[in-house]
Structure formats: C-alpha cells, structure tokens
Design a protein around this ligand. Structure first.
Ligand SMILES: NC(=O)c1ccc[n+]([C@@H]2O[C@H](COP(=O)([O-])OP(=O)(O)OC[C@H]3O[C@@H](n4cnc5c(N)ncnc54)[C@H](OP(=O)(O)O)[C@@H]3O)[C@@H](O)[C@H]2O)c1
Length: 295
C-alpha cells in the first residue's frame, strides 16, 4: 500500500535489502464478535493492528496476540482524535480504519424514545463519520487508504421493529456512497460490508437494550412476540454465519487494490439484496401477513 520512505529506516533498508512496510489498521469495537475476529485476521495477515474498545481490558487477549490496543468510545470525538494521532505518531501512516463498533436499538418506533434513536445514530452513524474525518487528512496525504464501514442487511431492507437500527445503517451506507465519490481522486477507497445475521453477543445486547429502553405502548405486542420467538429459537440459527466469515470479507476488501463498493456477507445478506427489487407496497403486504401468521 504505502511506499517505503526514501531515507533508510531500518538496517535492511540501509543494506539495500527490499523490505515491505507493514500496513496499519484501526478496528473499532474489537472487544467481541466481528471486531475481535477482524483484528485477529488482520494480525494473521501481518498488518500492524490497533484493536480498540471502550474498555481496554476487553482487548487484553488481542494485546497478548500482538495487537496494539487503545481505549476508544466512538461517540467521544477527543478519544477518536487521540487514537488516530497516536497511530500517526507511532507508525506514520494509517492504511485502513474499520468502523465496526455498533449495537441495535430494536423496538417499534413509537415505543423507542428519541434519546435512544440519538444514541443509536451517535454510535452507528456519527462514530464512523468521526473516524473518517480523523483519518482522511492522513490518507489523502498518503494518496492511499481504505475506510471500511460495517453496515447490515437492514441498511437496505428496513423491517418492522428495527427502524432505529436500520435507519442508522442506511445513514452509514448513504454517507459511504457520497464519501466514496468525494475521496476517490485522492486514492482513498470507501467500502460497505453488510452482513446478514452473525453469531455474536449482538442479539443478547439488543435484547438488554430493548428491555431497558423501550417504552411499551401496548400497541405492538405482536411485533415484540416475533422478536421474542426469534430470540428463544437462538436467533437466526443455521442462517447465521460466524464472525470470522465477516472478518475475512473485511480484510479482503481492505487488501484489494480496487475493492467493491458493497460486500453483502452470508446467505441472508445475499438473498435479501433481491428484496430491493420488490415493490414497497408488496413488501408491506408480506410484513403484514407475517405479523398475522406468526404473532
Ligand atoms: N451480529 C449480527 O447479526 C450483525 C449483522 C449485521 C451487522 N452487524 C454489525 O456488526 C458490527 C459488530 O457487531 P457484532 O455482531 O460483532 O456485535 P457485538 O459482539 O455485540 O460487538 C459490538 C462491538 O461494538 C462495540 N461498541 C458498542 N458501542 C460502542 C461505542 N460507543 N464505542 C465503541 N465501541 C462500541 C462493543 O463494545 P463494548 O464491549 O464496549 O460494548 C463491541 O465491541 C455492528 O456494527 C453491528 O451493527 C452485526
């Protein structure tokens, strides 16, 4: 990716031995699931990895494995700047940032408070924007770099009971499309990775979030029942993929010289992409049928 400096930086450089400078990445939300698997995968591919988490203790295993670690809450603009500054101080470059940190605020929209929607967007949509603004001056200067934004199948297919979450992911995808065209001329790539259901702590956390924040009006109990049934069946079962499958897609996108704009990952994401060709009125009828059949 980034070319070696002109002045010899190591004994090998001085001796004229060709050395490859390692690529450097920052991964947000590395404490579990996709972020943890992605940090490990980059490390296995010989990248210099900054695995970040809200609590640095949660990435101790990645530190033992060889990652650099840092505390990073993506809603904290000063922390975002401090982490990027540190990476530039220590490595002189940042080749990839993976905006993975995220959570789901489920619930029918009438029952979700505006504060919860703001928090949802603050993490899932404004977080990637903060990171992009912090790394872009360095990537533009290097004429190189990749921003990977982890979205979801619901970024293109909003479902009843997932409006806040789907809205935040649609926002990420829309901003990614604009950003990709804005920074292309500086050699910077912007990629959306959109998985279907993934086996991680995501759904347990979403259940806790829903239980603690939703203001249940009593009008949408059938939608809650659908979510409860899915949770009691262990989420999406065989339709789910492991976090390492998503990690592979992210590392492949970051390593590609000409990455695709969007990578749907897993069978659900690939087939759900077809739903965008179904007229919205037909989709509405299918949702309404599902509510009557399964609730
Ligand atoms: N699991 C799925 O089915 C699925 C499907 C499609 C897309 N995704 C997306 O994939 C990404 C990763 O999800 P996952 O499945 O790996 O879930 P996960 O295991 O729950 O991991 C989520 C990560 O995000 C971090 N996070 C949450 N709020 C944060 C904040 N304010 N600042 C920094 N980190 C924060 C969590 O850190 P803490 O430990 O500090 O809370 C955790 O490391 C998310 O963006 C999610 O929307 C997931």
């Amino acid at each position: 990716m980034t070319d070696a400096d002109e002045s010899p930086a190591t004994a090998d450089d001085a001796a004229g031995v060709e050395t490859r400078h390692k690529d450097v990445c920052i991964v947000t939300g590395s404490s579990s699931g996709i972020g943890q698997a992605t940090a490990a995968r980059f490390l296995a591919e010989d990248w210099v990895v900054y695995a970040t988490a809200r609590d640095e203790a949660d990435v101790a295993d990645l530190a033992d494995a060889g990652c650099r670690t840092a505390e990073l809450d993506v809603t904290d603009g000063e922390q975002v700047e401090a982490v990027v500054d540190r990476v530039i101080d220590e490595q002189g470059q940042v080749d990839c940032v993976v905006n993975n940190a995220g959570f789901a605020q489920f619930g029918p929209l009438e029952d979700v408070t505006t504060e919860s929607v703001e928090r949802q967007f603050d993490v899932n949509a404004f977080g990637p924007h903060r990171l992009a603004r912090a790394v872009l001056p360095h990537m533009r200067e290097a004429c190189d770099g990749t921003i990977v934004n982890v979205s979801s199948v619901v970024g293109e297919l909003s479902l009843p009971g997932s409006g806040a979450y789907a809205g935040s992911k649609a926002a990420v995808e829309s901003m990614s499309d604009a950003l990709r065209a804005e920074v292309e001329e500086f050699g910077v790539d912007v990629v959306v990775v959109a998985p279907g259901p993934v086996d991680s702590e995501f759904y347990d956390r979403a259940d806790d979030e829903l239980a603690s924040t939703a203001q249940r009006s009593g009008a949408y109990e059938d939608i809650y029942e659908l979510y409860d049934d899915a949770a009691s069946m262990g989420g999406f079962g065989p339709a789910s993929i492991g976090p390492t499958v998503v990690a592979d897609a992210i590392v492949n996108a970051a390593s590609a010289t000409d990455p695709a704009p969007r990578y749907p990952v897993g069978p659900v994401a690939k087939y759900a992409g077809l739903a965008q060709f179904v007229p919205k009125r037909v989709r509405d009828r299918l949702f309404s049928l599902a509510r009557r059949l399964f609730a």
